[in-house]
Ligand binder design. Sequence first.
Ligand code: 5GP
Length: 124
Amino acid sequence: MPIDATQPYDDGNIFARILRGEIPSTAVYEDEHTLAFRDINPLAPTHILVIPKGAFVSWDDFSARASEAEIGAFVRAVGKIAREAGLVESGYRLLANVGMDSGQEVPHLHVHLLGKRSLAWPPG
Ligand code: 5GP
């Protein structure tokens, strides 16, 4: 069920619970502002979710409310994680779903990093 990205942040969402350590995840990267972990239902051999530690519903919310430091750290981290996962040479896709039409399911901003297979574009 897609979420409504205009709604306020819900602290009970699954990624908030992962950030609090209430449910497990396979972390691949962590810094002051960012956590990255493997998607539980991978759509590619490498499928990593990168999330800010701050409470942001979506890319829309993040781009409107996050500090320059949070935005800078997050963008740097996404690039670093992709490099460290060895994705640059073969190529990869960044994807952030926002709200209803995108099918966003978890109301905490996450960037999907997909790679290690050919990624057809446009997707079906
Ligand atoms: P969205 O559709 O919101 O852009 O993507 C949500 C993603 O979160 C999906 O790819 C889904 O497989 C992943 N996901 C949902 N619940 C969990 C979970 O509990 N752990 C992990 N690691 N990934 C999850």
